[in-house]
Design a protein around this ligand. Structure first.
Ligand code: FES
Length: 117
């Protein structure tokens, strides 16, 4: 799995979640306590865009119904979501954010979203 450049570090300030597209995968990239995290942009509850949410101290907050997801494991920490979101390894170097996506990430994302419907 190679790391792919996603954004400049300054594009994801503290407490903010932004949406990026990388290799046909839609990502939510958030920053909390200075650390950048990347995950699927779709909430496992009802598919709301997590990039519309907020990066809190506790985790990524979905703005639709308030579930919070752990940044690293993707596990829901509060209802109504019960299933984890997919998370991806991130590294930040030289003012750039890089994400490692498995080769099948786009296909898996499409499959997961179809199964949710
Ligand atoms: S869609 Fe995210 S909590 Fe409902």
């Amino acid at each position: 799995m190679d790391f792919v450049r996603v954004a400049r570090s300054g594009q994801v300030p503290e407490g903010i979640v932004r949406r990026f597209f990388v290799e046909d995968v839609e990502l939510a990239v958030a920053r909390s306590d200075g650390v950048a995290y990347a995950m699927s942009n779709y909430c496992t509850h009802l598919d709301c865009l997590l990039s519309s949410g907020k990066a809190t101290e506790d985790g990524l907050l979905c703005s639709c119904h308030g579930s919070i997801f752990d940044y690293e494991s993707g596990e829901p920490l509060s209802p109504p979501a019960t299933r984890p979101i997919r998370t991806y390894p991130v590294k930040e170097e030289g003012g750039q954010i890089y994400v490692a996506l498995p080769a099948d990430a786009a296909a898996q994302e499409r499959s997961r979203r179809r199964a949710q419907r």
